[in-house]
Structure formats: C-alpha cells, structure tokens
Design a protein around this ligand. Structure first.
Ligand code: ARG
Length: 577
C-alpha cells in the first residue's frame, strides 16, 4: 500500500510542478486522526520551490488520483496530506490475501545475490555473550531476505588466522604427545586451553621458540601445522555449532569462510595497491594514507596493510574479502553484522576497496552495526565474578529459568513436554529481548523482563498465538485450511485488517534497513491489538454465521502472520502453554 500510494503521490507532485524525483515521504500515520497514511514531504519541497507549503499541499491534493481507494484526503497546516482509505478497498485486499497461494500475499522481490557476514567468532575461544547480537540479528535478516526471494549467501567469517596459532599448535602437540595434564577431551574448555597456551608462551622460552616457528610453517603451508590448525578449527566449530543449534540459528559448517581463506590473495593485493599508487612504504611497512580519515594531528590517516616483518593485518583481509565477495560470489549487496566498535576499521577497508576499484559503487557494502549488551549496573554484561559470560552458560541459565516458570504454571505436564516447552520459551526470550531493541544502541540484559508474559516480550506474542489456536481447536478447525470472507464491522476490526495489510511493508523495511526490531514491534502491536479485540468482541458467535466466519478468517490471518513473523526471527511458536 505504501509503495502504491507513494507512486501516486509522486506523480501528483510532478504534475503540480515539483522537481523530478522529489521525495514524497509517505508514511503510516502516527495517529488515527491523521488517517492511514500521511505525506510528509510537501514542506521541504515547497521550501525548495520557494512557495507556501499549505497552498502547494492543497494543489497536490487536488491532483492526486488514487482510483477511488481513498475515503477522503485531508490537508493539514503547514502542509501535510492525510489519506484515509476506504473499507471496501481494505476488504478487497485482505480477502485476496486469504485466498492467495502466496505466503500472506507478500510479493517476492527481484532476486539479488546478497552476502551476509554474521556471527564470526574466533577460533580456540568459546563463544560468549559478545557474539550474541551479530549471530541473532544477522540470522533474522538472512531469513527475511530469503523469504523475499533473494539468493542469500551466509558467511561465517571466523577468526581462524593470526600469530596466536603458533602457540595453540605447539600446545595441542604437547597435549597429543601426553606432555600435558590437559586431556584432549578437556579442549571442551577452550578458554582454559587458550590461557594455558598463552602462559606457556610467556614463561617457557623453548615453547615460545617452537610456537614462533610454527607460525612461519603454518603460513608457508606446512603439512603438519596445517593439519594441527585444522583440528583446532574443527574442535572450535563443533562447539560453536552446538550453540547455533540450541539457538535455532541457521548457520552450519558449510557457511564457514574464515579469515584464512583470503590469505593467498593478500600479497597480490598489496602489490596491486602499490602499483595503483595507493600504498606506500613507510618505516618499512606498507601503508595507505587516506584523506577521508584524519589522525591526531589532522593529517591523512595511515592504514597499515603490511607490517615491516611481512605480516598482513585484519584490514588487509577485509579488503580481500570484500573483493572476493564481489568477484567470486557475484554479490549485489554485502551486509556485515559487526560490532559498532569496528566501524572505523570497516570504513577504512572499504574506502581502500572503492579507491582500488575492487567493488563497484552499485554494489553496496553495508555495515549494520550494533551496540553492547550491558548488565543492570550499566556496564558490560559480566558474570558475578567479573568474567565474560559464555554463550553456553547463558543458554543454560535461560533454560533453567524457563523450566521454573513452566513448572510453576503447568506442574502436571509430562517431563519431556516440560523440557520442550521451556527450551522454546528460553530461546525465544533470549532472542526476542535482543532483536526487539534498536540495534544501534546498547541495551541492559534483564532476565526477569524477558520471561514476562506481559509487555514487549516473546512470551506475550507466543501467548496471543496460543489463544488464537485454541479458538480454532475448540471448533475443530485449522488456521491453515479455514476459508471465510472478512467484513469490517467495527473500528477494531478495521485496525486489525490495516495492520495485517502492513506486514509486507514491515518485512521490506527490515530487508532494507537490517533492523529486526521493526518486525518485533509490529508483532507486539498486532498481538496486542488482537488481545484487546478478543477481550471485547466474541468470535464464535452462534447467531450470525457470516460474522463468525469473518472473525474466524481474521483470526486465522493474524495467527498465520504471527507464526510467519516469529519464524523470520527464528522463534518457534507453541500450540499451547
Ligand atoms: N571475528 C571478528 C571479531 O570477533 C568479527 C569479524 C567480522 N567480519 C568481518 N568481515 N570483519 O571481532
């Protein structure tokens, strides 16, 4: 609807004398009295034209041709145009959706190849709470893009390269030769293994020499070191995969494309950047000076792409990887779900990428940054003893809290049912509490709130779904096969129909902005509107078959939209709680 109205308004704007391509800025109205859609762009266009905005809005409103889908068009000072749609149009549209085979009437987009870089934990370290946001937000956006018909390539850009692998290989070798107390199985405690390796490196001279020689051997493709390296990657990724599965995240082993993959490209990239006059020798290192970024003294910032000892950097890898994603993967759009603290790093890498012509302008490189997860004290979320919270511990705690909740509410359920329900609730709570926040900002992790049934929580939406399903089971019907004609008979029904028709707009904004909280808010509002409707209006009305059918069809569409919306967030629904 938004697209349709936007197009019609843009035409009217042009006919009224606005410059070609003027931005109509049509949005869903913020309040009911402003109609269904409001045109916000008039004021700035009038200003540019140097004319009175109210007069201009009046002129535009007379030209607008909406083919009768409107009930009325109102002009409000200083120059807003409010559009009220008529009920027949809404009924026609919603009833088309009920019978269409396409999922909830959502039109697929022209398929693009979209590479999405998310999760990206580091090898030989356990995933911790710091990896949660990238993993969850990235996975929700990937699902939305796929749902809209795009070819999505998930990439798990794991940190599997760097000098630390020398000490890790040396320590793994010790363990395998039985020279260490740490049994191989204890690698399940990767944190300990990493710390132990670091300690040996710092205190044992011979070990450190060995470790350094392994770095060189690994980089030159030595067989032994490569095999040991592979073992480390595999052990880590098996553990990470367990986290993905518990979280219902769609990443698998096949999506791993770590930093190491670009290693062979790096020497040529440095040579090429030198040839193009972008990289220069500076104190033995190779550096690209960028006017776009200033250092402390206000001079162009130098970005090192090769150290004096020949080693490459994280930035060099990201230059290569953007190039690869365009050239080899044919990406039309490349999305990075990476911590906001890496913004400058990515911008520098991409400035170099653009200057070198590795990725053309029409292919977007998008940093979808996010803030941190904080504890209740407003500082980075830590365990009571001040350590980083491991992801597996976080999930364990969520599951045990959810189990307590299930036990208190449904003590008579069978044990395996309790486990199943509490796992679904736990994961939903963790995911939703993250996804529902605007990703740009930090947020406070709050166990109590996320498991509440009231408020903007997963459980609230899941509960609305359960209520909807129970209406249908009561009369032996199913939301998927029910067919009835929707008729708008009251304000609340109209608002629900309107909301359902806006699902497509919401999904499309998530796909453009990479902001799943838009979908969360939508589902929360839809669930809320339905619950308030259900409190006042009966659905299974005996005396009026047509009204009953209409309300059942409306309920079926609400249920399907909630189920589809939650599934795009990677959250499961329950059929009863
Ligand atoms: N492994 C990195 C980290 O933990 C994140 C990688 C993000 N992706 C990228 N292309 N740089 O900080």
């Amino acid at each position: 609807m938004q697209l349709l109205i936007n197009k019609k308004i843009s035409n009217a704007l042009e006919d009224a004398g606005a410059p070609l391509g003027s931005f109509a800025d049509v949005r869903q109205s913020s309040k009911q009295e402003f109609g269904d859609y409001q045109v916000n762009g008039i004021m700035s266009i009038a200003k540019r034209l140097g004319i009175d905005s109210y007069t201009f809005a009046k002129k535009v409103s007379k030209i607008i041709n909406l083919n009768g889908i409107e009930k009325k068009i109102e002009v409000i000072k200083p120059g807003f145009i409010n559009i009220f749609l008529n009920n027949c149009f809404l009924e026609e549209k919603i009833n088309k959706i009920s019978v269409s085979n396409e999922c909830l009437g959502i039109q697929k987009e022209i398929s693009k190849t979209i590479v999405v870089d998310y999760s990206a934990p580091n090898i030989a370290k356990e995933m911790h709470v710091g990896h949660l946001r990238s993993t969850l937000i990235g996975d929700a956006v990937v699902r939305v893009l796929e749902f809209l018909g795009h070819k999505v390539i998930r990439v798990n850009h794991i940190g599997d390269w760097g000098t630390q692998f020398g000490m890790l290989i040396a320590n793994l070798e010790r363990i395998q030769k039985g020279l260490s107390n740490t049994a191989l199985m204890n690698l399940s405690n990767l944190e300990k293994f990493y710390r132990e390796s670091q300690k040996l490196y710092d205190t044992d001279k011979e070990f450190a020499i060995q470790a350094r020689s392994y770095v060189v051997r690994l980089q030159s493709g030595d067989k032994f070191c490569s095999e040991m390296w592979k073992q480390l990657v595999d052990i880590s990724m098996i553990q990470n995969q367990r986290n993905y599965e518990r979280l219902n995240v769609s990443l698998t082993h096949s999506h791993v494309m770590g930093e190491s993959m670009y290693n062979d490209m790096l020497p040529d990239i440095v040579t090429d950047l030198e040839k193009k006059g972008l990289a220069k020798q500076d104190n033995g290192a190779k550096v690209v000076f960028l006017d776009e970024f200033k250092n402390k003294n206000g001079a162009p910032m130098g970005v090192i792409i090769q150290k004096h000892d020949g080693g490459f950097l994280y930035t060099t890898t990201d230059i290569a990887c953007a190039k690869y994603r365009y050239e080899q993967m044919d990406a039309d759009r490349i999305l990075y779900f990476v911590d906001s603290r890496q913004h400058q790093h990515l911008m520098q890498a991409w400035t170099i990428v653009r200057k070198a012509g590795y990725v053309p302008k029409h292919v977007s490189l998008e940093h979808h940054a996010f803030g941190m997860i904080l504890g209740k004290d407003g500082r980075p979320f830590k365990t009571r003893s001040g350590c980083t919270v491991l992801l597996k511990d976080l999930l364990n705690e969520a599951e045990s809290r959810a189990m307590k909740l299930v036990e208190s509410k449904k003590p008579n359920l069978k044990a395996d049912e309790k486990i199943n329900i509490s796992n679904i609730i736990a994961i939903a709570a963790i995911k939703y509490s993250d996804l529902s926040k605007h990703r740009d900002t930090d947020y406070v992790f709050d166990w109590d709130h996320m498991l509440e049934i009231e408020g903007n929580t997963a459980l609230y939406i899941q509960y609305a779904y359960v209520r909807l399903i129970s209406i249908f089971t009561k009369v032996g019907l199913s939301i998927d096969s029910f067919k009835g004609v929707i008729k708008i008979t009251c304000k609340k029904e109209r608002a629900l129909v309107m909301k359902l028709l806006q699902f497509e707009e919401v999904i499309k904004s998530v796909s453009v902005q990479g902001q799943p909280h838009i979908l969360c808010n939508y589902l929360f509002e839809l669930a809320g509107q339905f619950s308030r409707f259900y409190e006042v209006y009966p659905i299974l009305i005996k005396q009026n078959i047509l009204l009953k059918q209409s309300r059942l069809q409306l309920s079926a569409l609400i249920a399907k939209t909630i189920r589809q919306g939650l599934s795009l967030l990677g959250i499961r629904t329950l059929n009863n709680i």
